[in-house]
Design a protein around this ligand. Structure first.
Ligand code: AMP
Ligand code: GLY
Length: 416
């Protein structure tokens, strides 16, 4: 099979690695890919989504796998354009991908289908938003894609007023309304499902560490590490999540006529009242994919190919016992900015762990250097959480570059 993956980061490196390890010796392509990914998948040079579609048609691509979310809703939608071109695509149609690109669309969907989520209201003007600040803490969310910066958990009025002014007056994220949400509390869990025309399979659960520094301090990032293990959610909790959240979501998509074939990510908070949905993402998580995919056994390529054609076959894959822990190394300045061009040392000395490249490039001397906020994901497995943690920490410590930022507590599981 000729398989193309869209994206360029650590998640895509992990997806392409899982495809490359599938039986059958498939020919892999990536758009836009990265220097590191090019060791496994040929990079495709297409200027835009329509250009990619015509490249895929000309080159006989059998399957397209969506990594990054942006292309799902842009320029007519990756899955929509693939369908018109007759190419099976693992990634939802743009109408359903609004579950991620519009938080207000997602909240109305949750409400309509009776799925547990925080109470909310919406505002289009700063005055409306200020009038809706009835108590604190309160959560404010910009209704659009904002590279992880569109959510503010506000302890008091001053912080809320500042965020309202940013979003609805200064328009720092561009046009869009504001979602004002009740603040929930409890540990968070990332649940992934493969969703295919009204059927689904729940994959291995994970947790990510969103804050930049140890003990969950500092600003939110795209994720500084992740743990994956079946033990993260006991069977009773998984059964409840399936019954109250995953099944009603999949049924809701069917009822609303929203066609979905792809990974669906449920960001869930385990509140004292039970699990509640914080957000949907229409793709695998990053860095959760880097932790989960090394645990996958079976034929991932055949699984995704069949599901993209409408035949979900859960028996084609399974997940290993034990724990998988992913530690991110980030560049100087992240998350406010990111510094490029710092040479990475120690990559060759990592053994017994996988290294996925999130943001690197080869310099003219043939050495990898930083090229983004999150730079590398080092992932190790173990029978116990401690074993996986010790291995991931020891291996990632072998990697250095100027300005490197890394958490030392990934896998300790103290979640706020
Ligand atoms: P989101 O992008 O909607 O998942 O929000 C990003 C992060 O903000 C989540 O992972 C939570 O840590 C936090 N958050 C979002 N919504 C709420 C809420 N209603 N109550 C408390 N924390 C929240
Ligand atoms: N790890 C969070 C995300 O992928 O959005």
């Amino acid at each position: 099979m000729k398989i193309l993956v869209t994206g360029k980061g650590g998640r895509e490196h992990a997806l392409i690695t899982a495809l490359s390890e599938s039986p059958g010796g498939h020919e892999l392509f990536a758009w836009p890919g990265s220097d590191a990914i090019s060791a496994l998948a040929a990079r495709v040079d297409a200027p835009d989504l329509p250009g990619l579609i015509s490249w895929m048609k000309t080159n006989g691509i059998d399957l397209c796998v969506a990594g990054e979310e942006a292309w799902l809703v842009k320029d007519g939608g990756l899955a929509n354009l693939c369908e018109q071109a007759g190419i099976p695509c693992w990634g939802p149609f743009k109408e359903a991908a609004r579950l991620e690109s519009s938080k207000i669309f997602a909240k109305r969907f949750l409400q309509r289908h009776g799925i547990p989520t925080a109470a909310f209201t919406t505002a289009s003007t700063a005055d409306e938003a200020r009038a809706a600040l009835t108590g604190f803490p309160i959560v404010l969310k910009f209704d659009g894609l904002a590279a992880g910066k569109g959510v503010a958990v506000c302890a008091g009025r001053a912080q809320a007023e500042e965020f309202i002014a940013d979003v609805l007056e200064r328009r720092v994220f561009g046009p869009g309304d504001l979602l004002i949400e009740q603040c929930l509390s409890g540990p968070e869990i990332s649940i992934f499902a493969s969703v295919c025309d009204g059927r689904h399979q729940i994959l291995m659960p994970a947790r990510d560490y969103k804050r930049i520094r140890d003990n969950d301090e500092g600003p939110n990032t795209g994720g500084m590490g992740a743990v994956a293990a079946r033990a993260l959610a006991d069977p009773a909790l998984m059964e409840r999540i399936e019954r109250e959240i995953v099944r009603p979501t999949v049924d809701g998509l069917q009822k609303d006529g929203l066609r979905y074939r792809g990974f669906l990510y449920f960001g869930i908070m385990l509140t004292p009242q039970g699990p509640q949905v914080l957000e949907y993402n229409c793709r695998f998580g990053d860095p959760e994919a880097e932790a989960v995919l090394p645990m996958l056994r079976g034929d991932f390529a055949a699984y995704v190919d069949a599901a993209a054609r409408g035949a979900l076959n859960p028996g084609l894959i399974s997940f290993a016992e034990g724990w998988s822990i992913c530690i991110i190394s980030a560049s100087a300045g992240y998350p406010a900015s990111s510094r490029c061009g710092d040479v990475i040392r120690g990559l060759d000395t990592v053994s017994g762990a996988r290294v996925f490249h999130c943001g690197t490039r080869l310099n003219p001397d043939g050495l990898y250097e930083t090229n983004g906020g999150r730079v590398l994901a080092v992932v190790a497995q173990g029978a116990t959480r401690e074993e996986a943690r010790a291995k991931a920490a020891a291996e990632s410590a072998k990697i250095t570059f100027d300005g490197l930022q890394r958490r030392s507590d990934i896998g300790l599981l103290h979640f706020t």
